[in-house]
Write a protein that binds this ligand. Structure first.
Ligand SMILES: [Fe+2]
Length: 520
């Protein structure tokens, strides 16, 4: 007998897999069936915790597989010519449901799983693997109760009363090393700080010494390669559904040096952003925070194709009063590849579709369209000196469809040559200088998002490796860590770490040189 699915739902394994058109496009045909109605009652703690029994229906939260196991594997099996001088760590994080949801919230979206961090520590040709959950307030409360206490995605009205007012952050999206800390991000909450080597949670709510002037923090901060500054922002900064966006920088020691709050045209998803040498560029998508949907017990956002997307530009170091919002072709963009400014002319490259890339969020006006959700690389330009109020956006490298754009991070804020995309289970390598592209793939293996690893800390741009996880389809999804030498792509993987199991899933990953993980 089939089971009626009450909430927005999807195949988590499909989502967490490597090949997507848009970030959520693996969910074709699963359909968001509307939203669960408001919670009427939660489990009574006095009745004791239920058995841990994840649903078998892959459309349900956790129903298509969880990992949940915190692991240590010393000396992983390494094949090929692993560079002996590579010294650093490859970190990953993704949602891994800690507990099954109560039945009324089984239709929750996979973005709501608790953040499980994994690390491949690489040194002297050896690779050690370690995973730990980000043990924040949410994780600890649920661990103590031995059950799920949080309802729908970013909807506190659906929570168990026992956790009212508790930080709901899951720390499941991206992670980042800076001033000796591994910071783990979910864009609805401050970071979680972990020890970069032991993965011990050292601060479940890291607020930069209490100086963070936002209740939220993006999953995609940047580092200015010329100064080492940490550049970041948080949307819905002053509370649930607020239009406030806090933008700030911290110095290389983590001291906040600049902080302003600006107002967006409406409250909507602002997943990534771009910093140039002189400006901060925000991008507001029409995945709008929806009070009505939230009141109905839904998952915070509803896609509204009739709302314009906005590019917001403000000067770094200013008081924020210069913020200017531009409109143009409505593109649902989620990740920035790179960007820079030449005087008042700003260029930003983002991947995105013409329409919604997250089908598990309800749509206000039309059903999800996988064609419109297909991701291409889009180049946005705006010249502040023009005095206009619109941006230009063109598709570049139209032969490549993909998502999860990356670059050699040492060139963020600057003109850049090399960019990378996850492209249908492979890795697209973009050469902006030559205007060329190619896709690296491995037969029978789906590749997750990759990171660029410089061959040496001061190697030229693009001289190094791509590192990322592969899921071997013929072996039940067993994981390989793949290292591709960009100097010899035709040779295939230079080396791989053959894991004995399917590793915990990821949204994003991060490479940290040894100098970033040993600094106190
Ligand atoms: Fe992201």
């Amino acid at each position: 007998m089939s089971k009626e699915i009450k909430g927005p739902n999807l195949d988590r394994r499909g989502f967490m897999g490597a090949s997507t058109l848009g970030t959520g496009a693996a969910l074709v045909g699963l359909g968001a069936a509307g939203c669960a109605m408001a919670q009427e009652a939660s489990a009574n703690p006095a009745e004791g915790a239920p058995q841990v029994d994840f649903p078998e229906d892959p459309r349900l939260f956790g129903g298509s597989g969880t990992n949940r196991t915190e692991m240590d594997l010393r000396d992983c099996e390494v094949e090929g010519d692993w560079p002996k001088d590579l010294d650093g760590a490859f970190y990953r994080v993704g949602p891994d449901p800690q507990y099954p949801k109560p039945e009324e919230w089984e239709g929750d979206i996979p973005f709501d799983g608790e953040g499980h961090v994994s690390m491949f520590r690489i040194k002297d040709g050896h690779v050690d693997y370690k995973t730990r959950y980000a043990r924040n307030a949410r994780w600890n409360a649920q661990a103590e109760a031995r059950r799920s206490l949080f309802g729908m995605y970013r909807n506190p009205g659906t929570d168990d009363p026992s956790v009212a007012g508790l930080n709901r952050g899951t720390a499941n999206t991206q992670l980042f090393t800076h001033h000796g800390k591994l910071l783990v991000f979910k864009e609805d909450s401050p970071p979680v700080a972990m020890d970069p080597l032991t993965l011990e949670t050292t601060d479940p709510e890291y607020t930069f010494g209490g100086k963070l002037q936002s209740q939220t923090h993006t999953a995609h901060p940047k580092i200015d390669p010329l100064t080492g500054e940490f550049i970041s922002f948080g949307y819905e900064a002053n509370g649930f559904l607020s239009k406030d966006v806090n933008v700030f920088t911290a110095d290389k020691d983590g001291n906040i040096t600049w902080s302003v709050t600006v107002e967006a045209p409406y409250a909507g998803m602002m997943h990534d952003f771009c910093a140039t040498q002189d400006y901060v560029v925000l991008y507001l998508t029409n995945m709008a925070a929806d009070a009505d949907l939230i009141a109905e017990g839904g998952p915070h956002f509803r896609y509204n194709s009739q709302l314009p997307c906005y590019l917001g530009v403000l000067r770094r170091g200013g008081d924020g009063s210069d913020i200017k919002w531009f409109t143009g072709p409505n593109l649902f963009c989620t990740h920035v590849m790179g960007g820079w400014n030449e005087g008042t002319k700003i260029t930003v490259d983002m991947d995105g579709g013409e329409g919604n890339q997250f089908p598990f969020f309800p749509s206000l006006h039309e059903p999800w369209d996988p064609v419109k959700g297909t991701g291409y690389l889009r180049r946005f330009t705006v010249d502040l000196a023009d005095g206009g109020d619109s941006y230009e956006a063109v598709t570049i490298f139209p032969e490549i469809t993909g998502v999860l754009a990356r670059q050699d991070d040492r060139y963020h804020t600057l003109p850049y040559r090399w960019g990378f995309l996850q492209a249908n289970g492979g890795w697209a390598i973009i050469d902006h200088q030559e205007g060329s592209s190619r896709v690296f793939s491995i037969d029978g293996t789906s590749l997750s998002e990759m990171c660029f690893v410089p061959r040496t800390p001061d190697a030229p741009e693009g001289d190094g490796y791509l590192i990322g996880l592969g899921s071997v389809q013929t072996e039940g999804g067993r994981s390989d860590l793949i290292l591709l030498d960009l100097a010899n792509v035709d040779a295939g993987p230079r080396a791989r770490v053959k894991m004995p199991y399917r590793c915990v899933g990821q949204v994003h990953g991060w490479w940290a040189d040894a100098s970033a993980i040993t600094a106190a």
